[in-house]
Design a protein around this ligand. Structure first.
Ligand SMILES: Nc1ncnc2c1ncn2[C@@H]1O[C@H](COP(=O)(O)OP(=O)(O)OP(=O)(O)O)[C@@H](O)[C@H]1O
Length: 345
């Protein structure tokens, strides 16, 4: 695979995005997650070409889920690509074939974290595109996500937040960066063609049993034809606007949370919350603070009903109380406080 450099619009676009958003610091060690598909192959080539300007040290990682019979050959191809570009290559093969998309994903992020840790890469870079962002927004909208789910794929975040089940000590400091969120799948495909980059076609992407694939293959083309040819860009822009708004709300929530919550000394769990202060704030913030508190007192992720139940106590009469939340905790009103009773849990 030759490494001839033809400077294209995509090179300039990515270079500019990286400068504007300060996503990938100069001279950083970057672990590029490559599946062999057009998005991550395009990402790798772009980063390789920009590397002299930024001084990064690039490494390539492939996670073999063993889901497809050609997954080994897929890995060999990426190994060959990395070798021809003189980049270190890391490969992990699943010992057990994951039984669902979710387990495969969990395993993949675990492996990415372990390799990043072992070989000292503080940043993992993935090839998620504007098209993935539009699809994720639609997928989450249909599932009933709030604005947090609709911001759909952020530019960067800690790997720990991406996969909270991973060991926090391992992942808290590793950043996951997605620099292609302004570039469409059509553009990555064209780039690979123009640069004669072979790509590995993931045959499971054709399988319409998966909701994601139906969104990609059927829903988006329908929306493009019958509603708006620019729908993909518009959805991705909506996700970007929501991302900024969610960021802003998150920072307000954090400040308010610290103001209203009294923590138990030993367990550091929320013990009681000041509802007089909460009552003076907007209901959007009341919900967010309630959710943040419930995340710390419940045994599972709070849903809409749980949050509404706690929020209702903010203006309820004295002595009102909730049914037990999952995990057994009860909340009750004691004058200006909402108090959590852990004894029953
Ligand atoms: N098997 C793999 N090995 C290494 N990197 C991968 C692999 N699969 C996906 N990736 C990385 O993740 C990016 C997104 O891939 P894809 O859209 O297939 O994943 P997804 O499962 O839909 O996304 P997510 O990982 O956010 O759930 C790719 O561009 C690539 O950077």
């Amino acid at each position: 695979m030759s490494n001839s450099l033809i400077w294209t619009f995509l090179h300039s676009q990515l270079h500019q995005t990286l400068r504007d958003r300060q996503l990938l610091p100069q001279s950083q060690r970057l672990l590029v997650a490559v599946s062999g598909g057009q998005d991550s192959v395009c990402l790798l080539k772009l980063l390789l070409d920009l590397q002299p300007k930024w001084g990064w040290e690039l490494g390539v990682v492939y996670c073999d889920h063993r889901w497809r019979s050609d997954s080994g050959a897929n890995g060999d191809y990426i190994a060959h690509l990395a070798e021809s570009w003189q980049l270190p290559f890391y490969r992990r093969v699943a010992t057990e074939i994951p039984n669902s998309e979710a387990t495969a994903r969990q395993w993949r992020y675990q492996v990415l974290a372990e390799i990043a840790e072992e070989y000292h890469y503080p940043v993992i870079v993935t090839g998620h595109t504007k098209s993935d962002r539009a699809e994720t927004l639609l997928y989450n909208l249909i599932r009933g996500s709030g604005s947090d789910g609709l911001q759909a794929l952020t530019w960067q975040r800690s790997l720990h937040l991406e996969s909270p089940i991973l060991k926090p000590d391992l992942t808290a400091s590793i950043q996951l960066v997605r620099p292609l969120l302004e570039i469409s799948r059509e553009q990555t495909g064209q780039f690979c063609q123009e640069h004669h980059l072979k790509i590995w076609v993931d045959t499971t992407n054709e399988d319409l049993h998966y909701a994601r694939n139906r969104i990609r293959q059927e829903l988006l083309p329908y929306l493009q034809t019958h509603f708006n040819p620019q729908v993909e860009s518009h959805l991705a822009q909506t996700a970007e606007l929501l991302r900024a708004e969610v960021d802003y709300l998150d920072s307000l929530t954090e400040t308010l949370f610290q103001q209203v919550v009294v923590f138990e000394k030993e367990s550091q769990k929320p013990l009681k919350i000041n509802r007089l202060i909460l009552r003076q704030t907007h209901e959007a913030l009341q919900r967010r603070v309630s959710r943040k508190i419930l995340q710390q007192v419940m045994s599972k992720t709070p849903n809409f009903e749980h949050i509404e139940k706690l929020k209702a106590l903010i203006s309820a009469p004295n002595c009102s109380q909730t049914d037990p939340f999952p995990g057994g905790v009860i909340a009750f009103v004691d004058k200006e406080w909402i108090v959590f009773n852990f004894k029953l849990s």
